[in-house]
Design a protein around this ligand. Structure first.
Ligand code: GLN
Length: 597
């Protein structure tokens, strides 16, 4: 049974206890204390694409730095149960959480900004909400009542927020509503937030409207009308914002902010500029400088829960990162050999993982997108000319596979550093089986079900599955690492990574591949799946792959060791005369244990 259905069932058990005699239809979840959790609700106006996720997660980060426990939650208007069946071309990457939830990429933004692991409680779609309501209806949870958008569907939305509040014991639940005010899809979500504010009482729900101040080049001045109209649209829905954040290209002038204040009943000191800045990592400091965090805490009257010392330390750590970012002096070029190369959002976490590793090592990683659809063994060298390393990322289906295999072949035989991720790991196995083990027709059954040597085959658990959505091997698994390998330098004895796949290395071929020199240096403890491969560093400077997705757990202050390794090896190639030190965090931790200071 899929986890969302399971969750509904759990709820339904208590459904019959509910009273049908009140308009406040859903009782509060067990353990919920009104007033103890505060809610920040961020809504977008005027248009999408303003960086609502980055803004929200940065503001959440500012509050977290003050010592508050933050639980972010993204409410999506679409009817899918999760993001698992969405095409990354249209919608950006599918971000997988440790518990296996397949989410919108914004959950990645929150995990990276807050450096916490989220769960399926942090991600809500209309599909999940309606499913719960309909399931409850069928099991008699609303007996005698007509089931309505208000209060039942909106009640369910509030229920999800309150369940998160109870489970996370957060001081602040940080709600981001997908889309913009005025979308038909999210109208009921916004209505639910209006009700939430009413039910929770004053100073419990802080509405932040993100809006847009235009600066048409032909006029050369900032215009506030669209912002005014956008905020008014929110007010027409019964919501008075407390804070307005004005996205704009340049700092928003005082007169423009005053005009917006005048038309929206928000005091001018709470209408803030949110103009473009050099790097997203500077946004938390920019928000603090403007006073956003203070405005939220004052509204919530949270003074007694704030910890100034914690805030100072957190800011120092973060500022160290942004200072390093500014002092980056080297350049490396890394190719990402993919197929969705026209849509960068499809590889959002990979881009971020490179940023984290690059800052750590003082290197600016320039990514070159390499579409593999037409690459052959003969053209690979020319296509990859000038690169200092490549990543072969995750993928599904067969288009571009032979091109990826050709790129892996070139990397393996020319000493070009390579990191293979998931599908890329599988391509590395196929290439090695063909070229080194002499299994000419080696392939994955995903690509060629009838090949003579299916070195990559479907996972036994996957064979019986017919349904789409939430059915892959998903989420975090512990990985045991073989001692004395490159992986062991990176991770020590054990690590944990996240997965999203249906195929694996066929265990029958492992011995043969290993005899020819490929080393499987990591396997998952629970189900014994091979999931890290490497070539000994005596034969190749850096050649590693994993069935997992290391990019999903890379964080600014805790970069992924696999990306560190790749960028480090690329530096070695880009600056051949110089030596670059890299002590992996696991090595550092081990030496600290041996020689405690
Ligand atoms: N298509 C491959 C599989 O399902 C790889 C998946 C991926 O790269 N995420 O196993």
């Amino acid at each position: 049974m899929d986890p969302y259905a399971m969750e509904s069932e759990k709820l339904l058990r208590s459904a019959r206890d509910r009273s049908a005699d009140t308009e406040f239809h859903l009782p509060l979840p067990a353990g919920y204390e009104k007033g103890s959790t505060k809610y920040v609700v961020v809504v977008g106006t005027v248009m999408s694409g303003l960086g609502k996720g980055i803004f929200s997660s940065s503001l959440a980060r500012c509050l977290q730095d003050k010592g508050l426990t933050i639980a972010p939650i993204k409410l999506e208007g679409y009817l899918n149960i999760d993001s698992g069946t969405l095409n990354p071309f249209r919608h950006g990457e599918v971000f997988v959480l440790d518990d296996g939830a397949e989410c919108d990429m914004d959950l990645g933004t929150y995990e990276r900004a807050l450096d916490i692991d989220l769960t399926r409680l942090n991600f809500v779609t209309s599909g999940q909400i309606y499913r719960r309501v309909l399931d409850r209806e069928r099991t008699g949870g609303y007996l005698g009542r007509d089931v309505q958008m208000i209060p039942h569907v909106t009640g369910e939305v509030m229920n999800r927020l309150r369940e998160l509040a109870v489970a996370s014991r957060a001081d602040v639940v940080f709600v981001e509503i997908g889309g913009t005010v005025g979308d038909v899809e999210n109208a009921y979500l916004i209505e639910a937030m209006r009700q939430l504010a009413f039910e929770e009482g004053p100073h419990s729900v802080c509405f932040v409207a993100l809006t847009y101040v235009m600066e048409p080049p032909t006029l050369g001045e900032q215009k506030s009308k669209p912002a005014q109209l956008g905020v008014r649209e929110l007010m027409e829905r019964g919501i008075q914002p407390h804070i307005i954040a004005c996205r704009a290209q340049n700092p928003v002038h005082r007169e423009v902010r005053e005009k917006i204040a005048l038309f929206s009943n928000v005091p001018p000191e709470r209408v803030f500029s949110m103009h473009d800045c050099e790097s997203v990592y500077q946004i938390p400091e920019m928000l603090r400088g403007a006073g956003y965090d203070r405005a939220v805490c004052e509204y919530f009257e949270l003074g007694d829960r704030l910890d100034e010392n914690a805030e100072r330390q957190a800011r120092d750590r973060w500022n160290e990162y942004t200072t390093r970012l500014r002092s980056v002096s080297r350049q490396v070029s890394i190719g990402v050999t993919g197929k969705y190369t026209s849509v960068r959002d499809a590889y959002a976490s990979i881009i971020k993982a490179f940023e984290h590793a690059g800052v750590w090592l003082g290197a600016n990683v320039q990514i070159r997108w390499v579409d593999t659809t037409d690459i052959t063994l003969d053209s690979a060298e020319a296509e990859l000319e000038g690169l200092h390393g490549i990543v072969t990322p995750g993928a599904f289906g067969s288009r571009g596979a032979e091109g990826k295999i050709a790129c892996v072949h070139h990397a393996r035989t020319s000493g070009l550093p390579l990191l293979g991720i998931c599908y890329g790991f599988q391509m590395a196995v196929i290439e090695f089986a063909r070229d080194v083990c002499g299994l000419d027709d080696a392939n994955s059954t995903e690509i060629d079900p009838d090949c003579a040597h299916p070195v990559i085959g479907i996972l036994p658990d996957q064979k019986k599955i017919r349904q789409f959505g939430g059915t892959m091997r998903l989420g975090g698994y512990d990985i045991e690492v073989a001692p004395g390998t490159l992986a062991a330098r990176m991770f020590g004895e054990r690590t944990r990574m996240r997965f999203r796949h249906r195929y694996e290395v066929d265990p029958q071929y492992v011995e043969r591949l290993e005899a020819a020199g490929m080393r499987f240096s990591g396997r998952t403890v629970r189900d014994d799946i091979r999931n890290i491969l490497e070539l000994p560093q005596s034969t190749h400077p850096f050649f590693i792959g994993t069935q997992a997705h290391p990019e999903l757990t890379s964080r600014p202050l805790r970069p992924s060791p696999m990306f560190l390794g790749l960028v480090h090896a690329a530096l070695g190639r880009a600056y051949p005369g110089e030596s670059f030190d890299l002590v992996y965090p696991a090595e550092e931790a081990a030496s600290r244990q041996e020689n405690p200071a």
